[in-house]
Design a protein around this ligand. Structure first.
Ligand code: ADP
Ligand code: MG
Length: 701
């Protein structure tokens, strides 16, 4: 089957081209100006846009519209409304007004609000983010017009991830524009942040998935012995993609392209059954919307093909988990990428100033960045030997490191290292100039040519959280720099001192070595860099005085919003571990223990039979029986303990203390139950083991 990508791309998006074609000229112009200025939309224009949007959607087969928003659950939410407007003669018109486009009022009182609203204060509003285009979500059984919106409470507090993201983009825009104006680029009107998230995921067979309650309820395996083969041969990474997976990727790409999502790169990842997709980067808020759609679409397409897509950060112990690399940059409306060092970074003072600002921001607010990558699943990755460590550091690479060193050592940078000529030593192969800088896969925050790549983010997460933090912390430092430079009578001198002083003060954040090594953990400790290994310890950063002041200074969050978000995070952690513990108890009691006893009984019977029949040697069977009995006993006592501590945890009041108890006590008890159970899996016959093994799940997709 041939795919017409050109025709397909963006076909379900009410994008600029569609508006240009369908809207009256004057309305189109005003709509476009509103989007570009990031201003409020005139109600009259809204009516015209709404009408055309509805007509377009109906032509595509849509029956309903929805304000599509991103509550604090981290996933998206929608409430569908039909276009119908019944008439007195028994027929109906199809209507959609400007008011309905711009504003919605879903009841939505059951979303987590961290105390921002009581259930009786149910009002919440959704407001159209017209910088992110409306689109049609087409599934086998429905066609819905989706309007990307922000979601806030009756009192105006943000109840979602979109509102603070937009606020943070605005904060960075204001401060970065001040900076470029100081460099003489007064025609610049806006600086926008961009993100390109690389998304990792696993695909497993649906029938096997459905036999595992842990996957169904928690998204990860809670039991499972390692198969004889894991990822040690590195034969999956970038390997040839099997036909069934190619079929998935093909469908997946097509669905994304229809939504105007520029799915570009796909490959097999390190772990068996693990894959990655990366779109081309986009404006921060659009990239965030798109990443949500990428996750949603992956799950839907998998389902259609009798597969299941696992987005969890650590679906399988013992092999790599999944993350999301958040590539981040900022550029002016004239197209200049402020993170592009150019050919001679040592002479690019604007770049060096911005680089210094990012370093300072990351050093001062490493705790916030760490908190922004905190979801329960990510605790299994950060600090393990696969994902970046839980310590935040910045990788600059050889070229920039050299410029920074020159500036620090002699106050001036006079040269930039250039990539060497690559000569493969074969006449038929081309020679070319290599990059001036190698890559470093172990750094959590790496400079990669013309962008920073924040690699700590978890695979299930909305990228709003890390980008809110990144935008705000960088805006804050740029604000300090702009203040100093605007006041100065000697711009050059002040600029020089700012860059040099900042690099010296924050050089401890730079680390170009192996982030997975033991030495780095020690070295980071010596440098005083925080190493926050679990989510429960990370959450507190949100409500530190310095963080509250930072976010309030730039109008991104107020104190109440931050406190509520921290509360939701503690609650989410506790609830997640609770579900995992209950699932383990359930599987242990109803599946693993009974299966083991059955096998044990059959072994005992066979011993008896062999003995009675021919009094032969049964020492092997007896040894096996003893091993099984030993582990079963251990398992049973661990199960009792897990039940006891889970019960105790449930009885505790919500909040930090409860989350900590889940982490320190319940989570530890879960591991104690898993160890003997996994040993039993290796002792009991395969056909008697009640759930598919790791081998079945990841090698037989
Ligand atoms: P990798 O890091 O795996 O080599 P790429 O360099 O192709 O992959 O980039 C990965 C992601 O970074 C892609 O989504 C890409 O579009 C995005 N990206 C590239 N340039 C920028 C930029 N200036 N700002 C933000 N993201 C970018
Ligand atoms: Mg990358």
């Amino acid at each position: 089957m041939k795919t017409n990508v050109r025709e397909m791309f963006g076909s379900n998006v009410f994008n600029d081209a569609v508006m240009k074609e369908r809207l009256p000229k004057a309305a189109y112009k005003r709509m476009k100006a509103t989007i570009e200025a990031g201003a409020e939309l005139d109600p009259e224009v809204a009516d015209v846009v709404a009408h055309e949007m509805k007509e377009w959607a109906i032509e595509k087969g849509a029956t309903h519209y929805t304000h599509w928003f991103q509550p604090l659950t981290g996933i998206t939410a929608e409430k569908h409304d039909a276009f119908i407007d019944p008439q007195s003669d028994g027929t109906t018109l199809l209507r959609f007004s400007g008011k309905e486009l711009i504003r919605g009022e879903p009841d939505a009182s059951s979303f987590p609000s961290g105390g921002l609203r009581a259930t009786f204060e149910a009002r919440g509003y959704t407001a159209w983010d017209c910088t992110s285009p409306a689109f049609i979500k087409e599934t086998p059984h429905s066609t819905i017009l989706c309007i990307p919106t922000a979601f806030c409470s009756y009192k105006g507090e943000a109840l979602d991830k979109k509102t603070p993201l937009l606020r943070s983009m605005q904060a960075l825009d204001i401060q970065a524009t001040r900076i470029v104006h100081l460099f003489g680029k007064e025609s610049v009107k806006h600086v926008t942040t961009y993100a390109g998230p690389e998304q990792e995921y696993f695909l497993v067979d649906k029938a096997k998935f459905l036999k595992r309650k842990d996957l169904i309820f928690t998204g990860r395996t809670l039991f499972g012995a390692m198969p004889p083969k894991g990822q040690e041969l590195d034969d999956h990474y970038f390997g040839t993609i099997p036909e069934r997976i190619l079929q998935f990727m093909d469908r997946f790409n097509q669905e994304l392209w229809k939504l105007g999502i520029s799915a570009k790169t796909q490959h097999n990842e390190v772990a068996p059954a693990q894959h990655e997709i990366a779109p081309i980067y986009d404006q921060n808020n659009i990239a965030t919307d798109h990443n949500q759609l990428v996750m949603e679409t992956a799950q839907r397409v998998a389902e259609e093909l009798d597969l299941r897509c696992l987005l969890h950060e650590k679906p399988f112990a013992g092999i790599n988990g999944s993350g999301k690399h958040n590539n981040w940059s900022m550029a002016t409306d004239e197209g200049e990428n402020l993170l592009d060092p150019g050919k001679s970074p040592h002479q690019n003072m604007q770049f060096l100033l911005i680089l210094a600002a990012v370093m300072k921001a990351v050093d001062l607010h490493a705790d916030l960045l760490r908190a922004s990558a905190s979801v329960p699943g990510n605790d299994h990755r950060l600090g393990a030997n696969e994902a970046p460590p839980a310590i935040i550091s910045v990788f600059l690479g050889e070229q920039l490191q050299d410029v920074v060193d020159q500036l620090i050592d002699s106050g001036e940078a006079t040269s930039s290292i250039h990539g060497e000529e690559y000569d493969p030593g074969v006449n038929s192969l081309p020679t070319f100039e290599m990059d001036a800088t190698d890559r470093n896969r172990t750094s959590p925050f790496a400079f990669t040519g013309n962008k920073f790549e924040f690699r700590m983010v978890g695979s299930t997460q909305s990228i709003a959280d890390p980008n809110i933090v990144l935008n705000t912390i960088v805006a804050d430092v740029l604000c300090q720099f702009a203040d100093a430079l605007e006041k100065s009578d000697d711009f050059k001198m002040t600029l020089h001192d700012l860059i040099k002083g900042t690099l010296i003060a924050h050089r401890r954040i730079i680390f170009n070595g192996d982030g997975y090594s033991e030495e780095w953990v020690k070295e980071a400790k010596r440098r005083g860099l925080p190493n926050i290994s679990c989510m429960v310890d990370a959450i507190g950063a949100l409500t530190r005085r310095k963080s509250i002041e930072l976010f309030e200074r730039h109008g991104v969050f107020n104190e109440t919003e931050l406190v509520s978000r921290a509360e939701i995070m503690y609650e989410t952690y506790a609830k997640t571990i609770n579900i995992e513990a209950l699932t383990m108890i359930d599987m242990a009691k109803k599946q693993i223990v009974p299966a083991t006893i059955k096998y044990q009984t059959s072994l005992a019977e066979s011993i008896n039979q062999i003995k009675t029949a021919c009094s032969l040697d049964t020492s092997v069977q007896e040894k096996l029986l003893a091993d099984i009995t030993f582990n079963l006993k251990k398992m049973f006592s661990a199960l009792g303990r897990l039940e006891e501590v889970t019960f105790r945890a449930e009885e505790m009041p919500d909040g930090e203390e409860q989350a900590r108890y889940y982490h320190d006590v319940v989570f530890a008890a879960m591991n104690d139950l898993r160890t003997p159970a996994d040993k039993l899996e290796m002792l009991v016959a395969k056909e008697d083991w009640p759930i598919p093994s790791y081998g079945d799940l990841i090698f037989e997709v």
